[in-house]
Write a protein that binds this ligand. Structure first.
Ligand SMILES: Cc1ncc(COP(=O)(O)O)c(C=O)c1O
Length: 415
């Protein structure tokens, strides 16, 4: 079947929206993706016909419990985990990474080391900073090359017998660069280091195979892969999850509660305290169905189309004077990059630019993208970032380039 973007766009009602009377051009997919009708319908349908809480043993409740477990199975297959109990639902990647940093405290002693990279999102920095402070461990950062790529020599230099945890992003949310995870995990494994991967930017673009990666923990958010907000996933190898310290306590995760102590149920529910975001879990299941269906129907065409958008946008942007793109691989090879382009225009404030683009209906991100370490490392100012996906078009890129050029001229007149 041939991939036709205009047909796909019909699945996403918000793409027909006008902003200030202009057609919406949504280029902020790395922040959150839009939702297909099938996901929106499932949220409405949930409250109209299915709403209940789990484990109450009446019809609606039993039905919901079963549905939640069906979604867990879908997620297990989506990431190719070995067992269903290796899938924990959480609020999102941020909560998942906090849960892991908290739960791995028993793995660290004074002067042990936690290794992260300079390209991490704050969600994969601060939990480790706090853990290091609590345990007396040291937090080390793997450097980046001037291109923005991870410096693998620096990684090998910093990996040593004290490195107990490596926490690394699969794809940088600022640079769009895909890290060579397999190679990195292999080295960490040989060193006896636990590996936590932040897969938040990868889940919507790459096929995830946790067994093939041989990763210990893999975390991502549903809302960046067409699902509602408030749902995310922690994959963890069963043996490791069993030894993880508990994070939150309360209902649903206890076995027996006594006056002084309590015992807890087995994984995964042990890490799912309190009432879950049921509507989002069900919607997440639908988003996985949607993505799998697209991948099955169009096979490699989705990936190729996203690469085409990336190359087209990059080429057009490079023609604009004084525009610098951050995150280009050596040899300008775009095949290890997803369609995320962060850029600066010399002498122009990114927020001013974003405001002018917004007035024309173009939604992009400006700022430090929750990656202040990366910006500090390259001593760069807040950037603008466009992030594209399979429902974006070359016509939208053309409009963006046209408005961008006009906006630059306007701002240059004022400066
Ligand atoms: C690479 C990366 N990690 C973690 C997060 C945090 O995700 P969430 O806000 O969904 O928890 C983001 C969000 O932008 C991200 O891009």
């Amino acid at each position: 079947m041939l991939f036709e973007v205009n047909k796909i766009r019909q699945d996403f009602p918000i793409l027909k929206t006008q902003i200030y009377g202009k057609n919406l051009v949504y280029f902020d997919n790395a922040a959150t993706t839009q939702k297909p009708q099938i996901v929106i319908d499932s949220c409405v349908n949930f409250y109209q016909t299915q709403n209940a809480s789990t484990h109450s043993f009446h019809f609606l409740s039993n039905n919901l419990t079963n549905q939640i477990e069906e979604v867990r199975l879908k997620v297990k297959n989506f990431v190719n985990a070995k067992e269903v109990r290796e899938i924990i639902f959480c609020k999102g990647a941020t909560e998942g990474l906090n849960l892991l940093a908290n739960g791995l405290e028993n793995q660290l002693q004074k002067n042990d080391e936690v290794l992260i990279t300079q390209m991490e999102h704050h969600a994969n920095i601060i939990p480790w900073q706090i853990l290091a402070k609590k345990t007396g461990a040291k937090l080390k950062y793997i450097k980046l090359k001037p291109t923005g790529e991870l410096d693998l020599l620096d990684f090998e230099k910093k990996l040593n017998s004290r490195t107990k945890i490596l926490a690394i992003t699969h794809i940088s949310n600022v640079l769009g660069l895909i890290n060579p995870l397999k190679q990195i995990i292999k080295k960490a494994r040989q060193n006896g280091t636990l590996v936590v991967v932040d897969g938040t930017q990868a889940a919507a673009h790459l096929k995830i195979d946790v067994q093939n990666l041989d990763v210990d923990f893999y975390v991502f958010s549903g809302h960046k892969m067409y699902a509602p907000t408030g749902i995310g996933v922690i994959f963890g190898k069963a043996k490791l999850l069993e030894n993880l310290e508990i994070y939150q306590t309360g209902g649903e995760m206890v076995d027996e509660v006594d006056f002084e102590t309590a015992t807890f149920v087995d994984i995964p529910n042990r890490f799912e305290a309190g009432t879950q975001n049921f509507e989002a879990i069900i919607g997440f299941g639908k988003s996985i169905d949607y993505l799998q269906d697209l991948r099955q129907k169009f096979n490699q065409q989705i990936e190729s189309y996203e690469q085409e958008l990336l190359e087209y946008a990059t080429n057009q942007m490079q023609k604009i004077p004084n525009l610098k793109i951050y995150g280009q691989n050596s040899n300008s090879n775009l095949s290890t990059k997803i369609p995320i382009i962060s850029f600066l225009i010399q002498g122009i404030d990114s927020l001013d630019l974003a405001i002018l683009l917004d007035l024309e209906g173009i939604a992009l991100r400006s700022g430090s993208h929750c990656a202040q370490i990366l910006l500090k490392e390259f001593t760069i100012l807040p950037t603008c970032r466009i992030s594209l996906t399979f429902y974006n078009t070359k016509e939208e890129i053309d409009r963006f380039i046209y408005i961008l050029t006009q906006s630059i001229s306007k701002l240059q007149k004022f400066s």
